[in-house]
Design a protein. Structure first.
Length: 601
């Protein structure tokens, strides 16, 4: 087919965005558009040449969903992408859309999958190729696994649009070779601070799948509530917010199955030993410490929690480990992913001082430190965690357990550490120390930042001037937004989290997650705070944020993301608006600089 291409991310070929109305998001690693004109789309059937084993039904159901969405939406892109100002990649007219020529209508998808039985786990092959020619009458898709095939369907779903006259078309012949840069691409949803209903969780999974993000990190509980049913201890849900705000086993399995059908892994987290009060105390009040203390204090060392309400597992009390083991075993029987997140963040030493068991333990040997206490937790909890979930079980923990002043002495190198503080400094520290890392730097990726503080009775707001210049209030205060300002999609997309790493260190970065903590999030606000910003992360992790010359692609992403926001909403994901509609309809008219090199290389 006749093609018009320019160099794209990582030196791969990508056609000019001005040639068509819609380019898929995330941008494929290699996409080549033809120029012979639109290709009609008729009733398209899926035809497979291989056996997909136990995933046969999954593939067929995925295609049925894809085709239904295409037919039901009759998607018309919101705006045609215009050439970027001061840069025309085809000054002689190459690549400009020509009058439609006679093309054979597409009536089938020819799918070939090499390994139909590959499980959805970390590192599974997600690559695919997709090709549509003017004369083939079919879409040809090849993938190593069914999970790559699902991504191909998602791409095709974006490519097939309506011409506005009731006809479905693909605008030009197209060839795509695609695969993600990072195996772990996700978001974190917190259902402990506020309850999120199952339908709203499923909505987030829809957004993940459309964005080719493949991990839902489910922060199940926190000190404020315990929403999940546990067979061993049904009384734990007495600390749910209400009897209507509980996840049954069936609910959790429904979320997992819904996600798997869309190529999304669900990694559960039970945060411990910190952030632990609700639920645990219903089993045995001695399991937790400092729950009756006042959480805040002007003297930080006297705090018992970073936010209300306080509570941590008693590390020295023997029964703690019996209960932890039973809870972990019950949840491991529900969640099918090989990975399990076991917390480990924000230990408050003063909270431990309310425990008789811990204070006596310190008194037995005055040389003992809080580092020794953290090590005691690892030494007693890790055998429990490793003994459940099978030989492929891999544990995730927050970086605090290794990097904070009260960190453990010896954190095993096979634990994946999730980095959330100090940006590049902590990533460098962790990877240089030999740990695999999931990046969630709060300065770039925390989606809950910038909405002021949630704690009440805060006199710092009672001033007659804008406190914007008060760094301690806006960035370091317990009542202010500690991680302000708001992380825009541009801030997220421009984050080069492997900067200054050696090649060996960079290999330890397995991917990234954008956390959405729920102190100020519930069903009403979760989708608007998550989307479409998380989709910017999706593209960065899938195909990168730079072109072949090393220039940031932020400007080129703009119209893709604005159109994709409209597409998310059309698919039932209530993503927030980013710009006046004028900017959507007039590509690049709202760019701050006419000179597109303003975004630094």
């Amino acid at each position: 087919m006749k093609c018009a291409t320019i160099l794209g991310p990582l030196g791969l070929l990508v056609s000019a965005v001005s040639a068509v109305k819609v380019n898929p998001l995330p941008a494929p690693r290699n996409i080549t558009w033809g120029s012979s004109g639109p290709i009609p789309i008729r009733n398209v059937n899926l035809r497979t040449s291989d056996s997909h084993g136990h995933n046969n039904a999954l593939i067929q159901n995925a295609w049925d969903r894809t085709w239904s969405a295409i037919v039901d939406l009759q998607w018309v892109p919101a705006a045609t992408e215009a050439p970027i100002p001061v840069f025309d990649p085809f000054p002689t007219g190459a690549g400009k859309t020509k009058r439609a020529s006679a093309a054979t209508a597409v009536r089938s998808v020819q799918l070939s999958v090499t390994d139909g039985d590959a499980d959805l786990q970390h590192g599974v092959d997600e690559s695919y190729t997709l090709e549509v020619t003017a004369t083939s009458g079919s879409v040809k898709i090849t993938a190593h696994t069914v999970w790559g095939a699902l991504h191909a369907f998602t791409t095709l779903q974006q490519l097939i649009i309506s011409d506005g006259k009731g006809n479905l078309i693909i605008e030009q012949p197209v060839k795509i070779q695609d695969a993600p840069l990072y195996a772990h691409r996700g978001v974190m949803v917190d259902t402990g601070r506020n309850f999120i209903t199952v339908p709203k969780i499923l909505e987030q999974i829809d957004g993940l799948a459309l964005s080719k993000l493949n991990v839902l990190h489910w922060h199940l509980d926190d000190t404020q509530s315990w929403p999940m049913q546990i067979r061993s201890y049904p009384q734990m849900t007495k600390d749910a917010y209400s009897t209507r705000e509980i996840y049954t086993e069936a609910d959790m399995r429904r979320v997992i199955a819904y996600a798997r059908a869309r190529g999304v892994r669900v990694i559960p987290e039970v945060d411990m030993p910190s952030h632990s009060s609700s639920g645990w105390k219903q089993v045995d009040p001695n399991i937790v410490t400092c729950i009756n203390s006042w959480w805040s204090n002007d003297d930080w060392s006297k705090h018992t929690a970073v936010e209300p309400n306080p509570g941590q597992l008693d590390i020295i009390y023997n029964k703690t480990y019996e209960v932890v083991g039973n809870v972990y075993k019950d949840l491991s029987a529900i969640f099918t992913d090989n990975w399990f997140h076991v917390g480990g963040d924000e230990l408050q030493n003063n909270c431990f001082n309310f425990s008789t068991y811990i204070t006596e333990w310190f008194a037995e040997d005055p040389s003992r430190t809080y580092n020794d206490l953290s090590q005691y937790w690892l030494d007693h909890a890790l055998p429990i965690f490793r003994g459940t979930g099978g030989p492929k079980r891999r544990l995730m923990m927050w970086e605090d357990i290794f990097i904070n002043t009260d960190a453990a002495h010896n954190v095993p190198k096979d634990i994946v550490l999730q980095s959330w503080n100090n940006g590049l400094t902590n990533i460098k520290n962790l990877t240089a120390s030999g740990y695999d890392v999931i990046v969630s730097s709060s300065d770039f990726l925390y989606l809950d930042c910038g909405f002021a503080g949630f704690v009440t009775n805060d006199p710092r707001y009672d001033v007659m001037t804008n406190p914007g210049g008060d760094v301690t209030f806006n960035f370091g205060g317990n009542g202010g937004s500690w991680c302000a300002p708001y992380k825009s999609w541009q801030r997220i997309y421009d984050y080069d989290f492997t900067a200054n790493l050696t090649a060996a260190e960079a290999k330890h970065v397995l991917g990234a997650e954008a956390p959405l903590w729920s102190e100020q999030v519930d069903d009403v606000t979760i989708s608007s705070k998550m989307w479409p910003r998380a989709a910017a992360l999706g593209e960065m992790l899938w195909s990168g944020n730079r072109d072949a010359s090393g220039q940031k692609r932020t400007t080129q992403l703009t119209q893709r993301l604005l159109n994709f926001r409209e597409y998310l909403v059309a698919n039932g994901v209530m993503a927030t608006n980013l710009v006046p509609k004028y900017c959507l309809q007039h590509p690049h008219a709202c760019d701050l600089y006419y000179n597109q090199t303003a975004v630094s290389p």
